[in-house]
Design a protein around this ligand. Structure first.
Ligand code: ZN
Length: 54
């Protein structure tokens, strides 16, 4: 996954889970984490088989 810090501008891949909550460079928490394996898309929509009584 990749961490981008808005405080010091550091951006790069990280393996340490600590980097998910704090920037490995400056320790700031104003960061964005992308590409995490823990992110699971939960956009399952089930419509088939549902019938509304007329
Ligand atoms: Zn930083």
């Amino acid at each position: 996954m990749t961490v981008t810090c808005h405080d010091c501008g550091r951006s790069g891949p990280v393996d340490d889970h600590l980097a998910m909550v704090a920037c490995p460079g400056c320790g700031g928490v104003n960061i964005d984490v992308t590409g995490s394996d823990d992110v699971v898309l939960e956009s399952i929509t089930v419509n088939s088989g549902v019938r509304e009584p007329a």
